[in-house]
Every structure is written in C-alpha cells, then in structure tokens.
Design a protein around this ligand. Structure first.
Ligand code: SME
Length: 159
C-alpha cells in the first residue's frame, strides 16, 4: 500500500472498517516492527473515524506503559486492574464503555472524553498490549467497533 489512506464517506461504519482493514493488511503485513505498526494503525484509525484519542499501552513488567498514539498527551503508566485499560488487561476482554463518568475507576486523561473502547492484544492467553480509543461523543462504540478493532489488532505481530 502506498503511504496514503483512502477514506470512504457516505457509507456504513462496517464498510468504512472493511476498507480500513484491507488497507492496514497491506500496510502492516509487510512490516514486522511492532512500534511502527502501532503508530500507523493509531494514525489510520484516528484519520478515518476522527476519534478524540487512539493509542496503545504495552505491558512492561506490572504496568501498561504508553506506546504509540494519536491525540493529546496521556497518562504514562496504568497498573493492572486500574482504569478501563487495566481492567481489560486483567480480564483479557474488550470493554465498551458508553459513559466514562459512570465507569468506576475510569482514568480521565481528558475531560473531553465521553465514551471509550479498550481492546486487548493477546498471545498465548496473555495480554501483551491494549488498544485504547476515546471519543468525545457519548456511546460512540458498539459491537461493530469491537469486532473490527479486534481484527485490526490481530494484524500486529507479537513482541
Ligand atoms: N481512560 C483510560 C486511561 C487512558 S486515556 O484514556 C488515554 C482508562 O481508564 O484506563
């Protein structure tokens, strides 16, 4: 894939994700470097959907440590079981949070964030990173996002 992104308009979210996944397969499939792929994936997701913040946290020892992201500065370290990210890590599952203000323990990196989705990256039953996306719109994420974002993180090779 050339280093440019085709963004579909006037179509469903599913069609936008289908197009994005195809392009990312071409982009990421030829590159083994995890950081480079996380960087391009976060940029591409933010570019297509205009979310507030898109980025990765990577498991290092007992912490999730901030990795490649697109958006404003964010907290650097998150403990296991803390915040939406830390719970997704602890429970090895995708978390969709329609209203971050109603999520006990949510870590607010921006007061503009209203809803959130966190998708764990899993290898041999162990979480090694998470993809975190914040939206300024309430209840912005649903099962379609969960399904396609899981496909997208599956494109990233394991560290
Ligand atoms: N809200 C996240 C913290 C990370 S920022 O949103 C970038 C959480 O509760 O884990």
């Amino acid at each position: 894939m050339a280093e440019s992104l085709i963004k579909l308009t006037d179509c469903s979210k599913t069609e936008q994700y289908e197009s994005l996944v195809r392009q990312l397969e071409a982009l990421v499939g030829n590159e083994w470097d995890v950081i480079a792929n996380m960087a391009n994936i976060s940029a591409a997701i933010k570019d297509v959907f205009g979310f507030l913040w898109v980025g990765f946290y990577i498991v290092k020892d007992d912490w999730l440590v901030l990795g490649p992201f697109q958006g404003s500065i964010a907290c650097t370290r998150i403990a296991r079981g803390r915040g939406v990210c830390g719970i997704a890590w602890q429970e090895t599952r995708t978390l969709v949070v329609p209203d971050v203000n109603l999520f006990s323990g949510h870590i607010a990196c921006s007061s503009l964030s209203k809803s959130e989705i966190v998708v764990p990256l899993v290898h041999q039953d162990k979480v090694w990173a998470v993809l975190d996306i914040d939206s300024s719109q309430p209840a912005h994420f649903d099962d379609v996002d969960a399904v396609y974002l899981n496909k997208i993180v599956g494109l990233i090779s394991v560290v």
